[in-house]
Design a binder for this molecule. Structure first.
Ligand code: ZN
Length: 409
């Protein structure tokens, strides 16, 4: 395969994939212009907070050349990224976001448009993921074969990821617990005009059950005293999915737990399950669940624009692997601790492209605590004992998770 790609590269690009050098990086008030000595096929830009930076990854390029600062950019740094790529980091003196960009000059020039924004808007944009740019001109060799996400790049021209607009900033919730403890953010699914699933038996709404369960988890964790806890919402209000993990990231959380109730047409479907992020769903049921849970934003009338395609197939950054491993580790722990306390599905750990789990640097799980559509499950979810069992399972899993991480250091 590697041999074939090398041949393709010579065939299309006329030079080995890694030979393109960055010649010049220039920043002005509203744009970044990067020039290369040979055509480059694909690049991606993303934002990082604390300190605020814009990073641009360029496939098949090597660092070098001249650079100048300007506009909101106070510093420009270049480095190699892997065996075949360059990363340019722009240190920001003022918050600014990438609003678009394109390749021109047959792939020898990349222009990235900037806009100064307020700190809240910058923060929201840091959760938007990568904005990818592609010329479509350069050989397949510039697309890493190992990455299904990167394969998608070639089919797109310039892609821009809109930032969901929201009046005002994100109100940060209260954090409870001792200051030196790691922070767990618990996210009660749905809320406000989005009730989530509704029980056909009692009429109970998912948004109310998730809030009660989240509060029970918070209380159990605070009782244990090993972690700090914050809830993304502690009342009946609506939050966009991206805001939920943006809150957790802004607070500096170490673990994110989103709480939901499952539902199915089959009234016999029963048991809790624990989801972690994946581009590809582990089974058809998981895919259906992701489609249902991701719909919250669409229902809310959030303008998803060109991003809507990503709702069903979320592009995951390869650097997320470590986070995904940690998430899977916690999912297994929670399954183990819930055993015998909370009825679980036999294959309780599942994967799906769930928007709310998409924070790249924050281990995250979605806990489907049971089926609101199943009479016995709904009864359990509506009962104080049922909630207590869920909360105690979470508490034990969280405590073991952080104890292991401390021990590993
Ligand atoms: Zn839900």
């Amino acid at each position: 395969m590697g041999w074939m790609l090398a041949m393709l590269s010579i065939w299309f690009g006329g030079a080995p994939a890694a030979a393109r050098a960055v010649e010049d990086v220039r920043v002005s008030d509203d744009r970044i212009v990067v020039r290369f000595d040979d055509p480059v096929g694909a690049a991606a830009a993303f934002l990082l907070g604390g300190p605020d930076r814009i990073a641009v990854d360029i496939d098949g390029a090597v660092p070098g050349g001249r650079r100048s600062t300007g506009g909101p950019v106070a510093g420009v740094r270049l480095g190699a990224r892997g065996a075949d790529g360059a990363r340019i980091v722009f240190d920001l003196a003022e918050p600014a976001v990438v609003t678009g960009g394109r390749f021109s000059d047959h792939g020898r020039k990349l222009t990235i448009n900037l806009r100064r924004v307020d700190p809240d808007r910058f923060l929201r944009a840091t959760t938007a993921g990568r904005m990818r740019f592609s010329t479509g001109l350069v050989a397949a060799a510039s697309v890493p074969v190992s990455s299904s996400a990167a394969m998608i790049v070639d089919r797109r021209a310039t892609v821009s990821v809109p930032v969901p607009a929201r009046r005002g900033g994100i109100a940060l919730p209260r954090v409870q617990g001792d200051a030196d403890r790691p922070l767990v953010v618990i996210d009660a699914g749905h809320g406000g005009h989005d009730p989530g699933a509704i029980s056909p038996h009692s009429g109970a709404r998912e948004k109310d059950l998730t809030l009660k369960a989240a509060r029970a988890m918070r209380d159990a964790l605070l009782d244990g005293g090993r972690v700090r806890v914050a809830l993304t919402r502690d009342r009946d209000e609506f939050l966009v999915l991206q805001e939920r993990y943006a809150i957790a990231r802004r607070l500096g959380a170490s673990l994110f737990i989103s709480v939901h109730c499952d539902s199915a047409e089959n009234p016999n479907a029963t048991g809790a399950s624990i989801y972690t992020l994946s581009e590809v769903a582990s089974d058809r049921e998981a895919a259906r669940l992701a489609a249902r849970e991701n719909k919250a934003d669409i229902l809310a009338g959030v303008d998803l624009g060109k991003q809507s395609a990503d709702i069903s197939s979320i592009l995951i950054d390869l650097t997320q692997r470590e986070t995904m491993n940690a998430s899977a580790g916690f999912a297994r722990l929670l399954g183990r601790e819930a055993q015998g306390q909370v009825p679980l599905k036999p294959n309780y750990h599942r994967m799906a492209s769930l928007m709310v789990l998409k924070a790249p640097d924050l281990p995250s799980i979605l806990f489907e605590t049971g089926y609101i559509s199943n009479e016995a499950d709904a009864e359990r979810l509506e009962s104080a004992e049922g909630r207590r069992a869920i909360a105690q399972s979470v508490r034990r899993a969280v405590e073991v998770y952080f104890a292991r991480r401390m021990a590993a250091r």
